[in-house]
Design a protein around this ligand. Structure first.
Ligand SMILES: [Zn+2]
Length: 121
């Protein structure tokens, strides 16, 4: 299981996700970051149902959401259930396989992409 991280500037402490080369704080030029695991409790800020998914998704639609962790970091990911999705609800962030792509190159290779999957606590 892969772990997702936020990146904390060692100079000013600002958290980033995803990783940047230079700190995004306008008053800081930090270039070193420490990894902070992103997982567990988060709050759903907004969500949407997406149709016409790219190849590799095995469902007719998917729910994508933006959540905020308790440390203020916001990330997007897949919502792992269909019923009762409401903005403001508490969720748990897990990391899972969000998409399998079959790449045909001499032989076929299944390429799995991981990302956030939000589940009910
Ligand atoms: Zn900084």
């Amino acid at each position: 299981m892969e772990q997702m991280y936020a990146y904390k500037c060692t100079k000013c402490g600002k958290l980033h996700h995803p990783r940047y080369v230079v700190c995004q704080n306008p008053d800081c030029d930090g270039r070193e970051f420490t990894e902070v695991p992103l997982e567990g409790k988060c709050k759903l800020l907004t969500w949407t149902r997406v149709y016409n998914l790219p190849e590799g998704y095995m469902q007719p639609w998917l729910h994508f959401g933006v959540v905020e962790f308790e440390n203020g970091v916001r990330v997007t990911g897949q919502i792992g259930f269909d019923e009762g999705i409401e903005s403001g609800m508490e969720l748990l962030a897990t990391v899972g396989i969000v998409r399998t792509r079959r790449i045909l190159y001499k032989e076929s290779i299944d390429c799995e992409e991981t990302g956030f999957v939000f589940v009910k606590p």
